[in-house]
Design a protein around this ligand. Sequence first.
Ligand SMILES: Cc1cc2nc3c(=O)[nH]c(=O)nc-3n(C[C@H](O)[C@H](O)[C@H](O)COP(=O)(O)O)c2cc1C
Length: 404
Amino acid sequence: MTSAPVFTQQIPDTAARGVEFISLSHLNPSTELNPVPTRGIDLGYFREYVRALEDGGYDYTLLPYGSNSADSFVVASAVGQLTERIKPIVALRPNTTFPLVAAQKLATLDQLTEGRAVVHLISGGSDAEQARQGDYLPKDRRYARTAEYIDLLRRAWGERAPFGHEGEFYRFDDFGPGFAPHGDTIPISIGGQSDQAFQVGGERADVFSFWGEPLDDLRGEIERVHAIARAAGRTVLPRIWVTFRPIVAETDELAWRKAHEYVARIGDTFAKSAYGKQVHHRHAPQNVGSQRALSFAERSELYDRALWTRTAAVTNAAGASTALVGSPETVAAAILDYVDRGADLVSIRGYDTLADAVDYGKHVLPLVRQELAHRAATGTRGRLQAEHLGNYGEDYRRFAEAGR
Ligand SMILES: Cc1cc2nc3c(=O)[nH]c(=O)nc-3n(C[C@H](O)[C@H](O)[C@H](O)COP(=O)(O)O)c2cc1C
């Protein structure tokens, strides 16, 4: 059992100075809690969702990609037109789009949104899923391809004179100058936790992303990616993105009750769905990110102030699955614990998707921002982390453990 750390006024050396918020966009009201039959995009819902993110003060929204999902580029373009400020992050698998075409599409999105485009490169975590769209490369080669892809995206956006290329994966002649982005370039993020993901992300990405991990483990991973970046001679290190599925209620105790109710429903959904087979047979995921989430879940159900892994266990950690459980104050304090470890992009998406997006915007984001404003003004930490201990306090740990 973890004893409560002492939260002094001193801001840790590892702390990020600011934080920006991300949330994945949902296209319809179907959720793991309440699956409803759907034909895909419910335009009214989608409009309401992205506007709720914009009004709630989020900075970015991720448009995910799968072989059976809506196309992330087209959806990102719609986000751009439905909002004024929020930045669409296009999840892109290199196998689906020739790099110069991706550069052109991203530059078009960037101009259509006056500089808001971001790309999140997915090298592919499952051989079977990659094969569905004709990609038969093994994972280490897929990451080598991603490295060449990133270099070509940057050249396509930056070079003013025509150029040719003959690499391991791509070849072309006399390209350029290409269609330019609105600004100088477009931020490139990497998803993945395998050794190759670290190598490519540390050497080349602007952002490196994680699913929620215990604080000490995440800090170790941040050091790893930054060490690779430094060894590559980079002076600007990749920003760190960490993802959670918060379960929030008025008090910690109510949040824990909600969490136990939710996990029963989510487990039920997964047992009945196509994923059910995987969960049932404990099919081991091929991607390291999910493997890590499952091994944390096996080690313990609770970590640190508010991290809960049972949601990962019942879903076989398919996609972002680790929860932060507590009152808005506790969850905001838990997010600040990650900011203190160096995370400066925090992605939060609930299990009750639209209602949660609105609630976090009203009750969680302002608390985090208020604390960071306090730090900027005074050079010291405020009281939030010291006063809202969540699982560091004995009562709630006992309550949560009794609920097993
Ligand atoms: C924040 C985040 C978002 C992700 N979004 C997607 C996605 O939209 N589509 C997808 O197939 N994989 C997505 N992934 C999964 C991984 O990027 C993918 O499995 C990875 O390329 C290979 O896994 P590995 O390096 O962890 O083994 C995401 C991962 C993270 C951390």
